[in-house]
Design a protein around this ligand. Sequence first.
Ligand SMILES: [Zn+2]
Length: 82
Amino acid sequence: MPRHRRTKPERPKPPPSGVLDWSSSRHWKRKALPCRYQCGGLPTHLRDSNGSPAHKVCAELALDQQIREYAEAYENERLQLT
Ligand SMILES: [Zn+2]
């Protein structure tokens, strides 16, 4: 009996505006600090969901990467069970 190949499930893409509500005051602080991500550490007033200094683009990119890695890990583990 031929073995069926599983097709990779299609994941929904995150909204272009990002997943965080950047209009919330919790994402803005008076003091500009260097961004925690690899953009050159340019100062920013913005804070990510953990309260760490991060540009909106940098934080959303990191979240997208994390979500992708979690989803891939889950899919790989789940596929090994069958
Ligand atoms: Zn940055």
